[in-house]
Design a protein around this ligand. Structure first.
Ligand SMILES: Cc1cc2nc3c(=O)[nH]c(=O)nc-3n(C[C@H](O)[C@H](O)[C@H](O)COP(=O)(O)O)c2cc1C
Ligand code: SF4
Length: 679
């Protein structure tokens, strides 16, 4: 029987039938190899196509010109060899009934000249973009002519590769830099009035259409309101939409609201956890109503209910669920099968996007198979031989291990010392802004419950508790405890970041957060103290503070702390602490020179990662057949662990996550996935 779910109704976009209303919008995961979307890239998109998404907008900022250096490892569509790779990807997605488009762009000033061919970044002014920091060349007439031709060439390559369409990126990149009064300082036909500023975009559209004809669909992903005095207003955004429509070359709009030239501005366009859901949905709906064109939109609509509302209310024609698909590529499949509760939730951690701005590849904080489709399964294969698996610790690593072992068909028992699961993630979720993190735990608990995993909470497992269950495999995921014993003196006088986050210790009134780890916990503790009214100083021996809290994740912290006058002191090392009356005297040194200056606080918080809680592991080690050893080569090759060396009979013993060494949630979950999928 045909479904009446609004999300599952087909959508006719000119000659293209999209089989449902869910798409992934363009997002460059930085997987290209030498600028080409090779096997890893293709596998990533095919996984989503296989699971029913109607359209995948590939790339994200695929570069049409050489002087659009690939600042986050973009696809280089200015090279002819891209045709073969895109054809392969497109053909495979088409085999699953998924339409394929690609976003083309010239980054303009949103890049850096020290990438690619070291050509100067350029735009319609000499102003540099704060986020990427290149001082651009101001475009000349021959640049404009050349780049228009480059767009047409790139579109032609995509038509040759058999794609259904292209989308032009027109927010924060060159096309929008020309459109925006903030960044267009050109004289003559391309500067000044809105008509002149829009000329470049319209000439690109005309050149592409002349080259590719009507078969290739063309969309504009554009900012219809820069939300800043002096920038493109909503009225102008609507006028621009009408210009695109009147050109006769544009088949759909993909609506953006805001700017992306700074980290805070971009975070308002692509909100992270703790920020409003679907903040621009009504706006996108207004643009659709005013301009009257097929309209797509994405901005933190991670849940099916909101997506359904967006389509049912007629605000949008296609809904982008991009990060939602990074967390779970099977969103559509699970909707079709009536298994919405099984969808692994996107918790908005934005580890994925933040990584690409630090020259990494996009990885999902809690789906370690995303982007690793060539080696890591999204569907766990049942094991041939059923085993008894004991997991100790119900943090992210332990729960992932338990979930996968249970999906393999093993009988699983989990010991947890606390009354509730979650470990450090539960601690993180104490902060109201980060409470969505608990979705990482809740989803795994639900998956374990559906597979009869046995949980023993409030149980501090000793070696006998484990061995009395006659396990075949024991996985130690006991995590770690804060490591504050790092000073030359006065370690007993400091508290840990966890003490403040958990609420076990109340913030003082003049607080030093000494952050030698650079992760969320340090900033979280500082935020708690600042909110409680304390004067807070964050100090680090590093050359920048909180390096592991990346661009977009930093924004909510700064918004919460800047107006409370929190200060940041970099390149100084806390060496010791001593009591001085009712104050604490901090002795502060430096890695750069001999130094011993003194400062007074009433509370000193040390954030220095964790030390493994590994006693149980070492108690069990001599009894295990593998003596705790992991064959890394076998693990990386996806083969079972067969190391021996201990007693002939007994269990295999493994240790994962922070029980090995202090890392992050993704590392803990990846440890579990890659080990347990072969057990
Ligand atoms: C890793 C990553 C890379 C992205 N790169 C691009 C890009 O190159 N071009 C673009 O227009 N949007 C890009 N985006 C933004 C997405 O298209 C989308 O607008 C955003 O993720 C909000 O939608 P969501 O909440 O459904 O994820 C990127 C997003 C992610 C997560
Ligand atoms: S890293 Fe976070 S925001 Fe990104 S897909 Fe995963 S859960 Fe969603």
């Amino acid at each position: 029987m045909a479904s009446n779910d609004p999300l599952l109704q087909p959508y006719q976009l000119k000659h293209l039938t999209l089989k449902n209303r869910i798409m992934t919008t363009s997002h460059e995961p930085a997987y290209p190899e030498n600028g080409m979307p090779k096997d890893r890239y293709r596998a990533y998109h095919v996984e989503r196509a296989k699971a029913g998404v109607a359209m995948t907008m590939t790339a994200g900022s695929a570069a049409v010109s050489k002087d659009s250096p690939p600042v986050f490892n973009n696809i280089l569509v200015y090279k002819d060899e891209v045709v073969g790779w895109m054809k392969k990807l497109t053909d495979e997605c088409h085999n699953h009934g998924c339409a394929v488009m690609i976003q083309l762009t010239h980054l303009g000033r949103r890049t850096h000249w020290n990438k690619g061919d070291w050509l100067p970044a350029l735009t319609s002014s000499h102003q540099r973009e704060p986020a990427h920091r290149a001082f651009p060349k101001k475009m000349e007439d021959w640049d404009i002519k050349r780049i228009i031709g480059d767009y047409a060439d790139a579109a032609e390559r995509m038509a040759e590769a058999g794609l259904d369409g292209i989308e032009l990126q027109c927010y924060g990149h060159l096309m929008d830099q020309m459109l925006s009064p903030f960044t267009n300082e050109l004289d003559g036909p391309y500067g000044g009035s809105l008509e002149n500023r829009a000329r470049f975009a319209l000439e690109v559209l005309a050149a592409i259409r002349a080259r590719v004809g009507d078969k290739l669909l063309i969309g504009m992903r554009y900012t219809a309101d820069e939300v800043a005095p002096g920038g493109i207003t909503e009225e102008e955004g609507i006028a621009i939409g009408h210009m695109f429509k009147a050109s006769g070359h544009v088949d759909f709009l993909n609506v953006i609201r805001g700017q992306i030239h700074t980290d805070p501005a971009m975070t308002d366009v692509i909100p992270v956890q703790g920020m409003k859901s679907a903040p621009h949905l009504d706006f996108a709906g207004r643009i659709k109503a005013e301009v009257g064109m097929p309209t797509f939109h994405a901005a933190r609509i991670p849940d099916v209910a909101t997506a359904r509302h967006a389509i049912a209310s007629g605000k949008l024609d296609m809904i982008g669920m991009t990060r939602a698909h990074m967390a779970d590529p099977q969103v559509v499949k699970k909707i079709i099968e009536g298994r919405e509760d099984d969808i692994r939730p996107c918790v908005g951690a934005t580890y994925c996007l933040d990584r690409i701005y630090q020259a990494g590849d996009a990885l999902c904080m809690h789906n370690a198979a995303t982007g690793r489709e060539l080696t890591m399964p999204h569907d766990i294969v049942p094991a041939a031989e059923k085993k008894k698996v004991v997991v100790v610790g119900a943090g992210p690593a332990g729960l992932e291990a338990a979930r996968i072992a249970a999906e393999r068909g093993h009988a699983v028992t989990v010991f947890e010392a606390a009354a509730q699961p979650g470990g450090q993630v539960r601690l993180t979720a104490q902060s109201a802004r980060r409470k969505e993190m608990i979705g990482i735990i809740d989803w795994r608990m639900a998956q374990c419950a559906a597979r009869d995993v046995e949980f023993r909470f409030d149980t501090w497992a000793e070696a006998d508790d484990v061995t009395s269950l006659n396990p075949d495999v024991v996985i130690i995921a006991t995590g770690g405890l804060p490591h504050t014993d790092v000073l030359e003196g006065g370690n007993d006088l400091v508290v840990s970041s966890w003490d403040l986050i958990s609420g076990d210790v109340k913030p003082g009134s003049n607080v030093l957060v000494y952050d030698d780890a650079g992760d969320h916990a340090g900033l979280q503790a500082a935020e708690i103290a600042a909110k409680a009214g304390a004067k807070v100083e964050i100090m680090t021996p590093d050359r920048s503070f909180a390096p592991d809290v990346m661009a977009m994740n930093l924004v909510p912290y700064m918004r919460s702390m800047q107006d409370k006058d929190v200060t940041f002191t970099v390149t100084y090392r806390l060496t010791s602490v001593a009591k001085d009356g009712n104050q604490l005297k901090a002795v502060i040194g430096s890695d750069y020179m001999p130094l011993a200056k003194e400062k007074h606080y009433d509370q000193i918080v040390v954030n220095h990662g964790t030390l493994p809680l590994d006693e149980l592991y070492f108690d069990l080690k001599p009894q295990s057949v593998n003596l705790g050893e992991v064959d890394y080569d076998a693990m990386l090759a996806g083969k079972p662990q067969v190391v021996n060396g201990g007693p002939k009979d007994g269990f295999r013993l493994f240790r994962i996550g922070d029980a090995v060494s202090a890392r992050n949630t993704h590392a803990a979950i990846y440890d579990a996935l890659r080990l347990v999928k072969d057990i």
